[in-house]
Design a protein around this ligand. Structure first.
Ligand code: RP5
Length: 172
């Protein structure tokens, strides 16, 4: 049964929001993914937000761009955590999305990640679910250790071959 709902306001958000899906898959977390527009189909949106908890959804990750009301309206109706992903926009670079999502009124929080930060949204969702799931907590610890190991390996490589060869390896 899906524990995380990944929502997006348009299929144009999918290239970014699919990064959240991939990360949840890596952690073995069941999710469902929907395109639901709070503006273009408010009836569908309200139906989803009202019934998500009863379906077993514990966290919603909502991505939207521009006048990005989807995450905030989810938080208004869904009683469990909502994580907002501001999507980059051509006109204002995603700052419009970021401000729309992060500046919630007192009492109705949306945990907002960076512009296009869908992977981090999934990690944050996993961390929330891990509060009551020790094996998921172990997977998260292993993931964080792998990040450290990557940096350690890069540092060792830089020391071994020097910056010029390193840049060449990077194709720079
Ligand atoms: C928002 O408007 C969506 O989240 C999307 O980021 C943006 C543009 O939507 P489209 O015009 O591409 O459908 O609601």
């Amino acid at each position: 049964m899906a524990k995380v709902g990944i929502l997006m306001g348009s299929d144009s958000d999918l290239p970014i929001m699919s990064k959240a899906a991939k990360m949840l898959e890596d952690f073995g977390i069941d999710y469902e993914m929907r395109v639901i527009s709070a503006h273009r189909e408010p009836d569908v949106f309200v139906d989803y937000a009202k019934n998500a908890e009863d379906k077993g959804i514990e966290v919603i990750i909502a991505g939207a761009g521009g006048a990005a009301h989807l995450p905030g309206m989810c938080a208004a109706m869904f009683p469990l955590p909502v994580i907002g992903v501001p999507i980059h926009t051509k006109s204002l670079g995603g700052v419009d999305s970021l401000y729309s999502i992060v500046q919630m009124p007192s009492g109705i929080p949306v945990a907002t990640v960076a512009i296009d930060g869908a992977a981090n949204a999934a990690i944050l969702a996993a961390e929330m679910l891990s509060i009551s799931n020790p094996s998921l907590r172990t997977k998260l610890a292993e993931y964080k250790a792998s990040l450290k190991n990557q940096v350690v390996a890069k540092d060792a490589n830089l020391s071994d071959i020097g910056y010029e060869a390193y840049l060449s390896q990077m194709g720079k």
